[in-house]
Design a protein around this ligand. Structure first.
Ligand code: GMT
Length: 378
């Protein structure tokens, strides 16, 4: 198949899922065309089956806001026509779903039908999408997609309960490439960070408010009082300065390392003992799945789709949003006993195997085939 993929090219979960899916499809012989404004960060190696089409927006003095959506629509029309795409797969509804709809209408006028699949990832439904400035467009675009998928049952339920949706939404969870995300031997790295055999606690996110990184620091502070530990913070974003200030105030600076945006996340995760994900809302929690694949148990909130991934008392523990005392208590329970910690690590890996990319890619392929076969006017 010739597949066009539209996504955000950044470190965010939706961009990572879109890129890893595209790479897996290309490996299976499909022609994959990424269409976005930057080369996706995970598109880091050459493949003869992958092309990247950059969207550039013409500058004009009249534009206070550059019309990215117009430029993206035109690019989709161009790529669909000249590369002969069979299907478009857009990740994150805003603005990609209604842009795909518009491109589809233009192409129809030009005598070409192209179906599009929309994958809902999380904040496009649970946060941003609910803004009254976006909601009518989001529900229209979902209802006019040829197929819609959500990354967890919870996100699917949330979509039906907030928007007026007449379309069937299929649940296709996030997935993991276990060849890349596995425990690497990085003993020298661990020794450098934790020279006195401290436990290593880790968090990775885009440091947005929704991630509640302040809770990570509060939980770590409590753990560190009982068990000598170090905290590794991967990623960057708007809350970072506030978090740095909090660390200084509670005197944890020497034990907290801000690593910034990292590409080889799996190498860092490989030396860690516990992952903390206290999000306010989280449709799936790809970062936690990546940690689990590297044998890191998870202390998380019990919100959104996280309970579909993190199993209470097996792969980690779940607490109410903001309950840092309970999170710290559970973390100390896991970290205080070597045998128990090893068991949780093994369980985390077993659970991660259920989300192997090799099982998920064929589900998307079948969906594409069904949608293409249904053709015009489905
Ligand atoms: O986590 C983020 O804020 C980034 C966001 C995105 O769309 O880039 O991630 C969402 O999609 C991921 C991939 O499907 C999910 O694993 C994340 O749980 C989800 N984030 C939220 O729901 C907050």
């Amino acid at each position: 198949m010739k597949i066009g993929i539209v996504c955000y090219p950044t470190f965010g979960g939706s961009g990572v899922v879109a890129t890893e899916l595209g790479k897996a499809l290309a490996e299976k012989g499909h022609q994959v065309h990424f269409i976005t404004y930057h080369q996706p960060v995970r598109l880091d190696s050459f493949s003869e089956n992958i092309s990247y089409h950059e969207v550039t927006v013409a500058d004009y003095p009249l534009f206070e806001y550059a019309p990215y959506e117009t430029a993206l629509t035109s690019k989709l029309v161009d790529v669909a026509l000249f590369e002969g795409l069979d299907i478009l797969h857009v990740h994150y509804a805003i603005p990609h779903a209604h842009v795909a709809y518009m491109a589809q209408q233009i192409l129809k006028d030009l005598g070409k039908f192209i179906p599009f699949v929309t994958t809902l990832h999380g904040t496009d439904i649970t946060l941003v999408g609910r803004d009254s400035g976006f909601a009518p467009v989001v529900s229209f675009a979902i209802n006019h997609s040829d197929a819609v998928t959500a990354v967890s049952q919870n996100l699917c339920d949330e979509t039906y309960s907030f928007f007026k949706i007449s379309k069937k939404i299929e649940v296709i969870p996030n997935f993991i490439d276990l060849k890349r995300f596995s425990k690497h031997r990085k003993d020298h790295f661990r020794k450098a960070i934790a020279p006195n055999h401290e436990k290593l606690v880790v968090h990775a996110s885009n440091f947005r408010k929704v991630k509640r990184v302040e809770d990570v620091v509060a939980v770590f502070h409590k753990i560190n009082k009982e068990i000598p530990s170090k905290l590794l913070l991967i990623g960057d974003g708007p809350e970072r300065h506030t978090i740095e200030r909090t660390c200084r105030e509670c005197g944890d600076c020497a034990d907290v390392r801000f690593l910034g945006k990292q590409e080889a996340v799996e190498e860092i995760l490989s030396v860690c003992d516990l992952f903390i994900l206290p999000s306010e809302t989280e449709s799936f929690g790809l970062a936690a799945l990546e940690a689990m694949a590297c044998q890191v148990p998870v202390i998380s909130s019990n919100t959104g789709g996280i309970p579909e991934l993190n199993i209470q008392g097996v792969t980690g523990f779940l607490s109410n949003v903001g309950d840092v005392d309970d999170m710290a208590k559970n973390a100390i329970y896991i970290l205080s006993d070597e045998k128990r910690l090893t068991q949780f690590k093994e369980n985390a890996l077993e659970q991660a195997k259920k989300f192997d990319i090799n099982m998920i890619t064929p589900i998307y392929e079948n969906l594409y085939k069904r949608v293409i076969e249904k053709g015009i006017g489905n």
